[in-house]
Design a protein. Structure first.
Length: 163
């Protein structure tokens, strides 16, 4: 019998004994722009989703800002940086869980389109790809331009919210 795949909402709710805290190695520091000897927080998926849910209409947030918010949240645990890999993966899971919940008729879902990649880039891996997010962002008053293969929100920094 085939194993039943987890829904996006189940994946989001599965905290896998997270958050965890790991010392930043020199190799990590070089790749992530972190201080060697600091501590990286590997967040639970729901923590990333909770931050994404707090971004109000018309405002924007980047994955790096989520990482900063996670480090701030876990400062008492010694966190100096949020993990860039898991934060990005969990934002992707939150986006798909929100779309899945919307398809089921649920309300107040995570406004994932307000979470951008570094530099104000629209995330092509979110549900509906760039076109769906472009429509949602334009509906909230943002202007999106294409620069090479990337789609960027014009002046995204002006709309950045501090959480």
């Amino acid at each position: 019998m085939a194993k039943q795949r987890k829904s996006w909402q189940e994946k989001l709710a599965d905290s896998k004994n997270l958050p965890k805290f790991i010392k930043v190695t020199p190799k990590m520091a070089g790749r992530w722009g972190a201080k060697s000897g600091g501590t990286v927080v590997i967040p639970a998926p729901v923590e990333v989703d909770e931050i994404m849910k707090r971004v109000p209409e018309g405002k924007l947030f980047t994955i790096n800002e989520i990482r900063e918010a996670l480090a701030k949240k876990h400062k008492k645990d010694g966190a100096t940086i949020g993990c860039p890999i898991t934060t990005g993966i969990f934002a992707w899971i939150a986006a798909h869980a929100a779309q899945e919940a919307k398809a089921e008729g649920k309300k107040n879902n995570t406004p994932y389109w307000r979470t951008l990649k570094t530099g104000g880039e629209v995330n092509p891996k979110y549900p509906g790809g760039v076109e769906t997010q472009k429509k949602l962002l334009e509906k909230e008053g943002h202007r999106i331009i294409r620069k090479g293969k990337k789609y960027l929100v014009v002046d995204y920094e002006k709309y950045s919210v501090k959480l």
